[in-house]
Design a protein around this ligand. Structure first.
Ligand code: S3P
Length: 174
C-alpha cells in the first residue's frame, strides 16, 4: 500500500485520528506540520509571523514532495495543503486520500485556543473559518478518494471508519 493521506480543515481531527489509524494498520505516522517544524526548527505560527504564509506554503510543498522517498505511512496534512495544484497532484501520485469533513463551528470548538493557527488567530475566527472552509470545500472534495463526516463523531469512531476505508483501498490494489 502507498501513503494514506488525511486532509481536511483545521480541527477535523487529522492528527488525532491519523495516529490511531497508523497504530491500527501497523504503519508509521507522519504529521506534516510537525515535520516542517522539526526541519525548520520553528513553529508554524513563527514561520507565518516572521516570513509570511508564502514561505510556509513553500516549506509545506517541499515536505509533501519529500514523502516520495519515505516508506508507506499515514500522513496528517495541514488544512491548506489542497490549495496548491501541484500539491493535489502529489497527493494523488503518492497515495490514497481521505477527507475528514467538519463544519466550521465544530472545528473551532475542537481547536479551542486558535493562537497556534495563524489563519484563525486574528480577528473574527468564526467568520474566517466559515469563509476559508467554503473556499476549500471543492478542493477537499476533488483531492479526496473518500470522505468521512466527522460531525458529532469521536476520534475513535472516525478512526474506525478510516481504517475500514483504508483496508478496502488495500483490497482494491491501492
Ligand atoms: C493551515 C492549517 C494548519 C497549518 C497552518 C495552515 C491551513 O494545520 O498547516 O496553520 O491553511 O488550514 P492543521 O490543519 O493541522 O491545523
Amino acid at each position: 500500500m502507498s501513503h494514506l493521506f488525511l486532509i481536511g480543515f483545521m480541527g477535523a481531527g487529522k492528527s488525532t485520528v491519523g495516529r490511531r489509524v497508523a497504530d491500527a494498520l501497523g504503519m508509521p505516522f507522519i504529521d506534516l506540520d510537525e515535520q516542517i517544524e522539526r526541519s525548520t526548527g520553528r513553529s508554524v505560527a513563527d514561520i507565518f509571523a516572521a516570513d509570511g504564509e508564502q514561505s510556509f506554503r513553500a516549506a509545506e510543498s517541499a515536505a509533501l514532495a519529500s514523502l516520495e522517498d519515505v516508506e508507506p505511512a499515514v500522513i496528517a496534512c495541514g488544512g491548506g495543503v489542497v490549495e496548491d495544484d501541484a500539491n493535489r497532484r502529489v497527493l494523488k501520485e503518492l497515495g490514497r486520500v481521505i477527507h475528514l469533513r467538519v463544519e466550521a463551528d465544530e472545528a473551532l470548538a475542537r481547536i479551542g485556543d486558535t493562537s497556534g493557527r495563524p489563519l484563525l488567530a486574528h480577528g473574527d475566527a468564526v467568520a474566517m473559518a466559515s469563509t476559508l472552509l467554503a473556499a476549500r470545500e471543492t478542493l477537499y472534495r476533488t483531492a479526496a478518494d473518500a470522505v468521512v463526516d466527522t460531525s458529532g463523531a469521536s476520534a475513535s469512531e472516525v478512526a474506525e471508519e478510516v481504517v475500514a476505508i483504508a483496508r478496502s483501498f488495500g483490497e482494491a490494489g491501492g
